[in-house]
Design a protein around this ligand. Structure first.
Ligand SMILES: *[C@@H]1O[C@H](CO)[C@@H](O)[C@H](O)[C@H]1NC(C)=O
Length: 204
């Protein structure tokens, strides 16, 4: 088996974090100290700290169908920081959970690593860093530093890959790869979250 325990814990931790992340919670609210139970009627109407501006970091965790990808993004501070930055627009291309679970290899696996290092490559010294690096590349290939993003406009992902989208036969497709966009999950101040039915080819 190619699955390593530490990677499993990485994945399950990501899912746990994604699942436990309350809607629209902002880091600022964590600084308020030990939680007092809020008055029951206040929880429903509470607004994100800072008032009316909702940003990507507020909404990425809202849709459970993409919580694996959302969890991955939280492992990388520069990427999370971007989603929290209201002055930087971003289109997040979030593959749906089932697309990630259905991959022939895990997002942190690179065939080149296995070729060079054999089956145990991620258990060796430096293996965890390798896996993290690969996972980061996977995430960055699904983040576009542009929003709004016009049809046909070629842009670079944060990972450096070239990507555009088009309508074809009534479907919105990410190119290259004909990856269908199933919906736009969120439109907020600093960008949009799109849900993809597949993943981009992130390999080297
Ligand atoms: C960023 O997105 C907003 C929409 O939320 C848009 O009005 C604004 O023009 C965008 N800025 C850039 C630089 O694309």
């Amino acid at each position: 088996m190619r699955y390593q325990p530490f990677i499993y814990s990485l994945l399950t931790a990501s899912i746990a974090v994604a699942a436990s992340n309350p809607k629209q919670q902002r880091p600022l609210q964590n600084n308020l100290g030990p939680a007092m139970p809020p008055p029951p009627d206040k929880t429903k109407t509470s607004e994100p700290a800072g008032g009316d501006t909702v940003i990507l970091s507020d909404v990425l965790g809202n849709d459970r169908s993409i919580n694996i990808f959302a969890g991955f993004t939280r492992d990388f501070a520069p990427i999370s920081a971007r989603f929290e930055d209201s002055s930087l627009n971003t289109t997040i291309l979030a593959p749906i959970n089932s697309a990630i679970m259905g991959l022939p290899r895990k997002p942190w696996e690179d065939p080149k690593d296995y070729k060079e290092g054999g089956e145990g490559v991620y258990n060796e010294e430096g293996g965890e860093e390798r896996a993290q690096r690969n996972l980061r590349r996977f995430v960055e290939e699904h983040v576009v530093g542009v929003s709004p993003w016009k049809e046909g406009k070629k842009v670079e992902t944060l990972g450096g890959g070239s990507v555009w989208w088009e309508y074809k036969d009534g479907k919105q497709l990410i190119q290259p790869g004909n990856i269908e966009v199933s919906s736009v999950a969120s439109r907020v101040h600093n960008g949009e979250v799109w849900i993809l039915k597949g993943v981009r080819n992130y390999g080297a």
